[in-house]
Design a binder for this molecule. Structure first.
Ligand code: NDP
Length: 307
């Protein structure tokens, strides 16, 4: 289908012959999204087992920040069975859905919508994605040992809720600015989480009592560019610890620091793949092959870096 390779607008959808089951990711910008490659590769694999999936297709649609509500309504009317939301729509979409999965309501954001008779039901698979990524990359559970979570934005909130749901006992929660850190702590309290094991800090005063086997999760935007400085030096980490970076595709300062210190490191591609896999499983009701999605994401990323 030719349209998968280009970014669509809502207007383009009127000219398009839609497949039996259309899916899409909405965002702005959206041209660099790896999701269409991942999802369409997985749908092709599912179609080999069951031909019904041959007429499913995943599009990318550019939706500007002020147009989310009318776009979601339009896509529902057009019969889109599932939607993913990426920047900047995850928080606004939370207020547009008819219902939210209770386990993820505290995340205050949704990245996956599933059509029901009444409208879209919302859920958030980012927390699932990070938990599976930690297991695969480091053979440990997210809730198992000490965690240092860096960041207080949307991604950090999803990770914090997942870690608390998974039973983490010692959670250091750090951010650059005090305002967003305070807001995140308040949101977690309002959502009913027990914060007795949570120790907040600011990056200009990093903690000194973190065990060397802690898992550090970078959920800040520091690391999106190769020349971004580390927000602080995590000198407490040793080779028994680990760094899970939510950014991906960039040889950044976190990766370099981990390589120099012999600390295991994984970037955010696995998280992206697992959150996508979970979304597709919710839409299809089938088990979706992880490796097909991972290979497609790696190939799309490689193609992006040479283009
Ligand atoms: P937000 O804009 O909501 O939050 C950004 C966070 O980064 C804030 O805590 C902010 O601190 C901090 N920050 C920004 N710049 C710096 C800097 N130079 N130094 C230190 N801290 C900084 O973004 P999101 O939470 O949505 O996204 C955060 C990261 O997570 C992004 O890199 C994104 O790509 C990644 N992500 C990856 C996913 C995946 O599947 N792999 C899924 C979702 C997100 P302050 O509050 O002080 O401004």
């Amino acid at each position: 289908m030719e349209s998968v390779d280009r970014v669509l607008t809502l207007g383009d959808l009127d000219q398009l012959t839609l497949p039996a089951v259309p899916l899409a990711v909405l965002g702005d910008p959206i041209e660099h999204s790896l999701s269409p490659a991942m999802h369409n590769a997985a749908l092709a694999a599912l179609a080999e087992e069951d031909p019904v999936f041959a007429d499913w297709h995943y599009f990318r649609v550019r939706v500007a920040v002020n147009h989310l509500e009318c776009s979601v309504a339009r896509l529902f009317a057009l019969g889109f069975k599932g939607l993913n939301l990426t920047l900047p729509h995850k928080i606004e979409a939370f207020d547009l859905v008819t219902a939210v999965e209770p386990a993820v309501a505290a995340m205050g954001a949704v990245n996956t919508l599933l059509a029901t008779e009444l409208g879209y039901r919302g859920t958030n698979t980012d927390g699932w994605g990070i938990a599976r990524a930690v297991e695969r990359a480091f053979d440990r559970r997210l809730g198992e040992g000490p965690v240092v979570l860096c960041g207080a934005g949307g991604a950090a909130r999803a990770v914090a809720v997942q870690a608390l749901n998974d039973g983490v006992r010692d959670l250091w929660l750090g951010n650059r600015g005090e305002q967003n850190l305070t807001r995140l702590l308040q949101q977690l309290t309002d959502a009913g989480h027990d914060l007795s094991g949570v120790r907040p800090f600011l990056f200009d005063a990093p903690p000194v009592d973190v065990p060397d086997d802690a898992l550090l999760i970078n959920a800040t935007s520091a690391g999106l560019r190769a020349d971004d400085a580390l927000p602080f030096s995590p000198d407490f980490l040793g080779p028994e610890g680990a760094i899970l970076d939510t950014t991906y595709g960039t040889p950044n300062a976190w990766r370099r620091w981990a390589a120099e210190r012999g600390v295991p490191y994984a970037d955010g591609l696995l998280m992206l793949v697992y959150q996508g896999q979970r979304s597709l499983e919710l839409w299809t009701g089938r088990e979706v092959p992880t490796e097909v999605m991972l290979n497609a994401a790696q190939n799309a990323l490689a193609a992006r870096s040479v283009s």
